[in-house]
Ligand binder design. Structure first.
Ligand code: M6R
Length: 607
């Protein structure tokens, strides 16, 4: 995912841009660049590689007060200096930074080449810059507007022009962009983290909207120049939440934040006395929700694993048929949806392109849509009919941890909220919610045993193939444990429903292969014990996650990581913690870049 930052005001822009780019680094990038307007001259500096490479090329003594900066994640063209953003028009007076993909760039490129334009880069962004340059007649906003009318695809852009030194023009369609409102200065960013050090007052640009930004004002319009009025909103996150606070990595910090983040997520939502759940975001559509005949949870990656836990909880507590579907599959098949179908999009960022497209498909077919989202004001939050925020704070590490537990907790609240309105008794709700309320403290207890998870990682981190097994509610946990390990340590790991092992994957097991079995107490305990025996019979090394007090499993498994007891539907919230820790320590021990794993970006806003 690319990152955008812009500044226009009276302070030197460069340090603000670089600090903003540093805060966007976690999203993943392969090149970076800035454009500054220096005494009427446009100065562009850019480079492939790390931000530090770019920094060495810059003159921090310079005092331009208008500029834009970008971190790029290559889509069109290799990650080279030339393809890095900003891209310029032929005159060199206009610079553009862009997130997203211009879909008709081939046709536009051919058209412009016929007009004599010579391209320097392979990027779709240069096509846009050249197009804006062709339309420019002394009014940047007008030129951008005209160019965007010829463009199809997704974009968030920021544009500057040397002839208009105190102006940034921005526009968005399908990629996030927000404007930070300051005093005598304004900022622009693709992610609130980039501007949080300067302001907490923001305006979210909507799809098909443009902004003309100067130090004193922000004027917003549609692409057709119709004025738009927007509320200024307050970002809830604090600066300390996006800093490492003494931890070596954001992933470790976020694993340890889970007791507190879940307390925030649950705060004010649980009424134990009444056996009730309060979810303000659902209040206006509760009647439609309880009438739903079918529920589809759609998501990607870790959010999909949380949604799978949600499916099990919904069917058990609400008794409404529920499916979990990868957003990337849902969007392209021909799903049967009617007005009795409720579609819930689960997403940390609220910007994942596949999930957004699945949502659009569901809406178009008449479904009622809900969002279970962390980032306030994100696209999914705005485009769903209603929803529930996670409130787990910013997640910076690429490997999702506290968002997973937040998603499962919110889905548990929703299951109880809707179940209570159907057939769950107040007593059953109270029992469920009491157990849910205890989860943060129980996670605190698990985190005290981090050393044991680290010891497992140390023992097996050289092994290149791992299996993760679970049944029932622990099957999604096995999937999540395997995903965590592979995405940050590059070890091949496969998660499976334990009973499926005998249908093929058991052939993989050989002497000493690490097999993580999530074997907490519950209805399928005896079955999972026999799966452990099958693994042992083939020489596999069993690492079990088990319920405190379980002595039997100690005799069978090489290693046991204990978690406190809770109700079966809530076990994923506890069982996942040791697996997050194993993945984290294995990656550190293998010397991997935990927070910025290779080939991955935090938010996948393109297909
Ligand atoms: O922002 P989202 O929750 O929509 O992101 C979905 C996935 O891309 C994300 O969960 C991904 O799988 C994580 N990197 C896994 O740790």
């Amino acid at each position: 995912m690319c990152g955008i930052i812009g500044y226009v005001g009276s302070r030197p822009a460069l340090p603000i841009l670089i600090e903003g780019l540093r805060r966007l680094e976690y999203r993943g990038y392969d090149s970076a660049g800035v454009a500054l307007i220096d005494h009427g001259q446009l100065k562009v500096t850019k480079s492939a590689g790390r931000l530090s490479v770019l920094e060495q090329m810059l003159d921090f003594e310079a005092d331009p007060t208008t500029g834009i900066g970008h971190t790029r994640w290559a889509t069109h063209g290799a990650p080279t200096d030339v393809n890095a953003h900003p891209q310029q028009d032929a005159s060199g007076n206009i610079a553009v930074i862009h997130n997203g993909i211009i879909e008709n760039d081939r046709a536009l490129r051919t058209y412009l080449e016929r007009q004599g334009v010579v391209f320097r880069s392979e990027t779709d962004t240069e096509v846009l810059a050249q197009l804006i340059g062709r339309f420019y007649e002394g009014n940047l906003e007008q030129a951008v507007r005209q160019a965007l009318h010829d463009v199809s695809g997704a974009y968030a852009i920021a544009v500057v022009c040397s002839q208009e030194p105190n102006v940034i023009v921005a526009a968005r369609k399908g990629s996030p962009l927000l404007i930070g409102i300051g005093k005598g200065e304004n900022l622009l960013a693709s992610d609130a983290a980039a501007i949080l050090a300067h302001t907490t007052q923001v305006v979210y640009l909507g799809d098909g909207e443009m902004a003309h930004i100067t130090p004193q004002h922000v004027r917003m319009t549609t692409l057709d120049a119709i004025p738009v009025t927007k509320n200024v909103e307050e970002i809830e996150w604090s600066l300390s939440e996006i800093e490492l606070a003494g931890y070596e990595h954001f992933m470790l910090k976020e694993i340890h934040e889970q007791p507190a983040s879940l307390e925030t997520c649950l705060r004010g939502r649980i009424d134990l006395r009444e056996g009730a759940v309060h979810l303000g975001g659902l209040r206006d559509c509760t009647r439609e929700l309880t009438r739903a005949k079918r529920i589809i949870l759609t998501a990607c990656g870790t959010a999909w694993h949380a949604a799978l836990v949600g499916k099990y909880m919904f069917e058990e507590l609400i008794r409404t048929p529920t499916e979990t579907e990868y957003a990337s599959e849902f969007r392209y098949r021909n799903p049967v949806i009617d007005d009795g179908t409720l579609v819930i999009a689960v997403s940390q960022s609220g910007e994942t392109a596949d999930t957004l497209a699945a949502l659009a498909e569901a809406k178009q077919r008449g479904a009622l849509t809900l969002g279970v989202v962390n980032v306030v004001g994100s696209s999914i939050a705005r485009e769903t009919d209603a929803g529930v925020y996670l409130h787990v704070g910013p997640e910076i590490g690429v490997a999702s941890t506290k968002a997973f537990t937040g998603q499962v907790a919110v889905l548990a609240l929703m299951a109880c909220y809707l179940g209570r309105r159907k057939h769950l008794s107040p007593a059953a709700c109270t029992q469920f919610l009491t157990a849910l309320n205890q989860i943060p403290d129980q996670i605190r207890q698990i985190l005290q045993h981090e050393e044991e998870a680290r010891a497992v990682a140390e023992r097996y981190c050289e092994k290149e193939n791992w299996l993760y097994l679970g049944r029932g509610y622990n099957y999604p946990v096995a999937l999540e444990g395997a995903l965590k390990l592979k995405e940050i340590s590059y070890i091949h790991a496969e998660g499976l429903p334990a009973a499926e092992m005998k249908h093929g994957p058991i052939a993989l097991i050989n002497e000493g292969m690490p097999v993580v079995v999530v074997a907490t107490a519950g209805t399928q305990y005896e079955k999972i014990i026999s799966n452990i025996q099958q693994v042992k019979a083939r020489g596999g090394s069993v690492i079990a996650v088990a319920t405190e007090g379980d002595r039997e499993i100690k005799r069978l498994a090489e290693h046991v990581l204990y978690v406190p007891d809770t109700l079966e539907p809530l076990q994923p919230l506890l069982a996942v913690i040791p697996l997050q820790l194993i993945a984290y320590h294995a990656a550190v021990l293998r010397g991997c870049n935990v927070d910025k794993p290779r080939n991955l970006a935090k938010s996948v806003t393109v297909e």
